[in-house]
Ligand binder design. Structure first.
Ligand SMILES: Nc1ncnc2c1ncn2[C@@H]1O[C@H](COP(=O)(O)OP(=O)(O)OP(=O)(O)O)[C@@H](O)[C@H]1O
Ligand SMILES: [Mg+2]
Length: 590
């Protein structure tokens, strides 16, 4: 299911991080303020350690009145500065982080809208949605909290080490030798974090995916007793997620004591050195205490730096997943020509198509022609390739061999927007958005039409009667995918939508679901109105649609095996006649 779980190659974190910082670049001025704040914070820490020296030497040892009076005030001042600086840096960094997240999410969503149908065929929606929710938050952590900690704490470490060196470079040197050891540990932990991070995202995607499918498919789950199966599926994803998380926690909480232990050893060594006779003479009590305090104060930023690493590595793994989405190829839109309103002449020339390289040919050498205003009906067995054939006209997929012409122009030469503007589409299953009836009819590019026009379209689609009876009429919310409407009502909304678009070409994938005769008659009449004066490619299941068609194409295994008008094909006694006998025999009298 998740193609990127355990095999994710260790990616170049620096490249990804740099790309991520590119999104933060516009806010560099805010960053300067934040960095100043962090510098002040780090400075305040160092100053606090440094204050120990005059405090001890001056007040306790030498009883210097000047210092004794000053020190409490200095402490208050230090903490005030530290607090204000902390607020500025924390707020600014979060501000930048949220801006980055917003632009990333926006860019991802914009790109999502331009991705080809193939992409949606190949990616589970749960995995995609989890990128927008979970992965993006990981990136937020990496860009804000992690950056704050890294910069502030690195500065604090530098400041403290600097002070320690000032007091005694020999002692500091002894402390610094543990540095490389810690560095090696951190490099190892980094790699592990990133690997777990990728697996963690994939498992989070699985959790979203299963939950989402269960929400959407609740009817099937209830009707077919799928509860146990779904529970197990969810338990699997849930448990994998927990395991990956615990692996990360183990790495995190394991690495802290390890680093602290090493630092502890260094501390012990230094205390030993400082108490050697040779040192005792050269260093005052205040200096030594100040040195120790600085060293102890080093522990916290060092500890934070080891843990923040986890956030950065998770962020990098998450950013990779986001960039993968951003880098996936968009629909090819290289056409430059623009048609006004097309007359609607459609011509398929020797068209072949397969869904993936190496897959079977779904469309095999298909040619046909429809004159403006005419209707061509596609009939044939299920899986024969009818839906595929008509969807190629909208360029949902790239054509393999051959070409499709609209008004004599190769549709690949037309701008994608322009091509799709010429086509109205009513699909096999109706897609509605969780919005009002009116907004569903006037969807997309049609959104600024007047209410009058909407009512006109709805009336022509025989939908106005039921719309009037809805609690808020045209302003009633239809629920997710129109769950609050019946199947026939949904179809009539889809027809109204197509009517309102008033495009020269109509693609109609008739739903197979049987409706009661009353709604059937409504829909039939709505469709008749829709098909009038338009070039129509209809995948027909209704006898009346087929009988009226100017041309019937019988599609089987991706080929047109018979073509002609209804009577001609019946007289011929071939595939169509057989289908007709089977499917419509009882209906003929109706
Ligand atoms: N997105 C896709 N990716 C890969 N294969 C697909 C995809 N959509 C359809 N197919 C395959 O293409 C073939 C034709 O499917 P298509 O939907 O065009 O048939 P159809 O004639 O419309 O069938 P029906 O009458 O049942 O709607 C089927 O074998 C199907 O498995
Ligand atoms: Mg179909």
């Amino acid at each position: 299911m998740s193609d990127h779980s355990p095999h994710t190659p260790v990616v170049d974190g620096a490249v990804i991080y740099r790309r991520l910082l590119g999104y933060a670049y516009p806010y560099r001025l805010y960053f300067v303020v934040a960095a100043l704040g962090m510098g002040l914070e780090a400075g305040a820490d160092t100053a606090f350690a440094a204050l120990m020296k005059p405090m001890l030497d001056g007040s306790f040892v030498n009883k210097d009145q000047h210092w004794i009076g000053l020190i409490p005030w200095l402490i208050v001042a230090l903490f005030t500065i530290r607090g204000l600086a902390g607020f500025a840096s924390g707020y600014m960094m979060s501000w930048i982080g949220r801006q980055v997240i917003k632009s990333l999410r926006g860019a991802m969503f914009d790109h999502l809208l331009c991705l080809p149908a193939r992409f949606f065929d190949q990616n589970a929606s749960g995995q995609l949605i989890s990128k927008f929710t979970y992965d993006v938050e990981q990136v937020a952590n990496a860009t804000t909290q992690a950056v704050t900690v890294s910069i502030r704490d690195t500065l604090a470490i530098i400041g403290l080490l600097g002070w320690m060196t000032y007091i005694s470079w020999r002692l500091t040197l002894a402390f610094i030798v543990v540095g490389p050891v810690i560095a090696i540990i951190i490099v190892y932990i980094n790699r592990r974090y990133r690997k777990i991070g990728a697996a963690l995202q994939a498992s989070m995607g699985d959790v979203t995916h299963v939950a989402e499918e269960s929400v959407e498919g609740y009817r099937v789950i209830k009707a077919f007793g799928g509860k146990e199966y779904e529970r197990q599926r969810f338990e699997g994803a849930n448990e994998r997620n927990r395991q990956q998380y615990m692996k990360m926690v183990a790495t995190k909480v394991g690495s802290i004591p390890l680093v602290q232990f090493i630092v502890g050893l260094a501390l012990a060594g230094i205390t030993y050195m400082a108490t050697l006779d040779s040192m005792l003479g050269t260093i005052s009590v205040g200096s030594f205490m100040s040195f120790l305090v600085a060293m102890l104060m080093l522990l916290t930023p060092m500890k934070r730096l080891t843990t923040v690493n986890a956030a950065i590595q998770l962020g990098i793994a998450a950013a990779k997943s986001l960039f993968d989405l951003l880098d996936s190829t968009a629909e090819s839109d290289h056409g430059t020509q623009v048609l006004g309103r097309a007359t609607g002449a459609v011509r398929y020339e020797k068209l072949s198509f397969q869904y993936g390289r190496g897959n079977a040919r779904i469309i095999d050498d298909v040619s046909f022609e429809v004159s403006p205003g005419q209707t061509v009906a596609f009939v044939g067995p299920s899986g024969g390739g009818k839906t595929t054939l008509v969807s190629l006209l909208m360029r949902f997929y790239d054509i393999g061999h051959g070409r499709i012409l609209l008004d004599g122009r190769d549709i690949r030469d037309l701008k994608l927007d322009n091509l799709r503007k010429q086509i109205a589409f009513v699909g096999q299953d109706v897609i509605l958005f969780n919005d009002t009836v009116a907004r569903n009819i006037a969807y997309g590019a049609l959104s600024d039409v007047s209410e009058e026009e909407i009512v006109k379209a709805a009336t022509a689609a025989y939908a106005m009667d039921f719309i009037r009876e809805l609690p808020q009429g045209l302003d009633t919310l239809v629920g997710e995918n129109g769950v609050l409407l019946s199947g026939g009502q949904r179809q009539r909304l889809a027809i109204a939508r197509a009517l309102l678009k008033d495009a020269p070409v109509l693609i109609l994938d008739e739903a197979t679901s049987a409706l009661d005769t009353e709604s059937e008659r409504h829909i039939q009449r709505a469709l008749d109105g829709l098909m009038k004066n338009r070039t129509t490619l209809v995948i027909a299941h209704r006898l009346s649609t087929i009988e009226k068609a100017d041309q019937i194409l019988y599609v089987e295994d991706g080929r047109i095996v018979e073509r002609g008008r209804h009577e001609e094909l019946l007289a011929k006694g071939g595939h169509y006649a057989a289908l007709h006998r089977l499917q419509f025999h009882g209906l003929e009298g109706a």
